[in-house]
Design a protein around this ligand. Structure first.
Ligand SMILES: NC(=O)c1ccc[n+]([C@@H]2O[C@H](COP(=O)([O-])OP(=O)(O)OC[C@H]3O[C@@H](n4cnc5c(N)ncnc54)[C@H](O)[C@@H]3O)[C@@H](O)[C@H]2O)c1
Length: 316
């Protein structure tokens, strides 16, 4: 009998698209979406859904037994900008949800876990260009500290208990199906919405703040590639560096102007500038390329065309 997949935090920016792709691949009833809130209508209509708090071990255990879950994707978390406002809530959610799934795997109640880390594990003392897999980290944000700790715990559970946990340090993700959930790279999604609705955008980062970014299709493809890889080819059990593209607000604005000539941008940096300043400009993902064959497909120009085209289509 085919075992099922559970997605925790399925109504968020990544979880929504991950749910669609996994359902297309494995069949709708095999993929159980869950979150502490309901998602958009098309997600809710696409297959089974459970209201589930990822920090509640007993509730997780019950759902896992009921649906005979073998694989868990843990997408529930509090993101970088919001976590600065609610540090203890962020720590509790980000760490306890991870401990829950790691302990369920340790108890052999599930076989495989995907847990995302982030470029936020890096900090002001990290080399900023082509940031290597192994380097100084020293994150300076609540979110980054929780992700770095999470990485160490993933590695620990793999080494000590043989838990099959797999992870990627996602860059900032750009998508059109769901709005981002309170991160420092959210500007790179908002800008496309504003370009279409009012042809102008006020950016909360400075014009030359370069950050690693990725189009959602690449991020989902990487996630599935990693999860489908043979366990022996996964040599890093903390989390893999992953790169798509790198750009600053001025460059994304230029790429939009090539499609919408009247588009204008101005800059009013807020508290998120300091977070962005502590993160790398670009990422060296050679380990992901070498170990499981990763290669990105979307550059900035292609991303801009996809975003504008699909946002326009969705409005009609
Ligand atoms: N989006 C990005 O650019 C990005 C970049 C790097 C890493 N990540 C990581 O990827 C993961 C998913 O990110 P996202 O952008 O989809 O986040 P999001 O904020 O869009 O979605 C998170 C979801 O988790 C849900 N949630 C919150 N508390 C919960 C709880 N107690 N139980 C169950 N669900 C709960 C929320 O309702 C939300 O739907 C996170 O771990 C995040 O840190 C995201």
């Amino acid at each position: 009998m085919q075992k099922s997949i559970l997605i925790l935090g399925a109504c968020g920016q990544i979880g929504t698209e991950l749910t669609y792709v996994l359902r297309k691949k494995h069949g709708a009833t095999t993929v159980i979406a869950s979150d502490i809130r309901e998602g958009n209508e098309s997600l809710m209509n696409s297959g089974p859904f459970e209201l589930l708090d990822a920090t509640d071990y007993n509730a997780l255990e019950e759902v896992i037994a009921y649906y005979e879950i073998s694989e868990v994707y843990l997408m529930a978390a509090m993101l970088s900008a919001t976590a600065e406002k609610f540090p203890m809530r962020a720590w509790n959610l980000n760490m306890n949800s991870l401990f829950n799934v790691l302990n369920l795997a340790k108890e052999k109640k599930i076989d495989k876990i995907f847990w995302p880390s982030s470029i936020a594990v890096f900090g002001p003392n990290t080399p900023v260009d082509d940031t290597p897999q192994n380097t100084i980290m020293e994150p300076s944000t609540v979110y980054g500290i929780s992700k770095q700790s999470g990485e160490r715990w993933c590695n620990y559970y793999h080494q000590k208990f043989g838990v099959d946990v797999r992870s990627i340090r996602y860059p900032g993700l750009i998508s059109y199906k769901t709005m981002p959930g309170g991160g420092t790279t959210d500007y790179a999604v908002e800008i496309y919405h504003k370009a279409l609705s009012s042809q102008t955008y006020t950016c909360f980062l400075k014009k030359d703040t370069k950050l690693p970014m990725m189009f959602m299709d690449d991020a989902i493809r990487a996630t599935l590639m990693l999860m489908e890889s043979h366990p022996n080819s996964i040599k890093i059990r903390s989390s893999y560096n992953l790169a798509g593209m790198s750009f600053c607000p001025e460059e994304i604005a230029e790429s939009i102007k090539r499609e919408i000539p009247g588009f204008t941008i101005d800059y009013k940096p807020d508290f998120r500038q300091e977070i962005a300043d502590s993160w790398p400009n670009s990422i060296d993902d050679s380990m992901a390329r070498m170990h499981w064959g990763w290669q990105s497909e979307f550059d900035l120009e292609r991303t801009t065309r996809e975003m504008l085209y699909n946002l326009k289509e969705n409005k009609q």
